[in-house]
Design a protein around this ligand. Structure first.
Ligand code: GRF
Length: 192
């Protein structure tokens, strides 16, 4: 079994969580950044740091074909753990099966509440006073795998979705590296 401490971070967008995962890495190493969007802004920073990156435009590709290529590059880099960080493409069932228990994700709500997209707007529309973010293991069901850690964030009067997003994102950057480190330590103990 590949070393759980060798992490691939999968992104589709700005990559602020990727950066937090690299900068606060403790007991693991980001050995690959992969993206299904060749133009993702979040690729600039790892490239400037000389981190290995891989991209292939997933547009027009079947889930299976794209995920097979992704799987191959993960194997080539000896990846043991996958961290999704704003990866906006559903993984194929075959890929999830193969990597079961080794893929984690961060979601900007207190799961199981507000799975899916537009979480902050929905949280505001519902009049919530507390929201947050959750790190969980990825399963076939969207945003529904085993919860590893979560962090609460207050909703403040007059918040717009953008204001709330910024506050939750700051909490994500603290939570994700710690939760990933703890998860990997447990995985490493189990495999070694
Ligand atoms: C974060 O809010 C994360 O919770 C969600 O997508 C967003 C990614 O942001 N899954 P970034 O690309 O890490 O800045």
């Amino acid at each position: 079994m590949a070393d759980p401490k060798r992490v691939a971070v999968l992104i589709s967008g700005r990559g602020s969580n990727l950066r937090a995962l690299v900068e606060q890495a403790d007991g693991y190493r980001v050995a690959l950044v992969a993206s299904n969007k060749p133009q993702a802004a979040g690729l600039d920073w790892p490239r400037s740091r000389g981190l290995p990156t891989w991209t292939w435009d997933s547009k027009g590709q079947s889930r299976e074909v794209f995920d097979e290529a992704l799987d191959q590059v993960l194997e080539d880099h000896g990846i043991g753990t996958i961290a999704l960080a704003g990866y906006m493409r559903l993984l194929s069932p075959g890929f999830i099966e193969k990597w079961r228990g080794r893929i984690v994700n961060i979601h900007p709500s207190l799961l199981p509440a507000y799975r899916g997209l537009d979480t902050h707007a929905r949280v505001l529309a519902a009049g919530e006073t507390i929201t947050g973010c959750t790190v969980h293991v990825v399963s076939e069901e969207l945003d529904a795998g085993r919860i590893l850690a979560s962090s609460q964030v207050p909703v403040e009067a007059g918040d717009t979705p953008q204001m709330l997003e910024a506050r939750v994102l700051a909490a994500e950057h603290l939570l994700y590296p710690k939760a990933l480190a703890r998860f990997i330590m447990a995985q490493a103990k189990r495999s070694g």
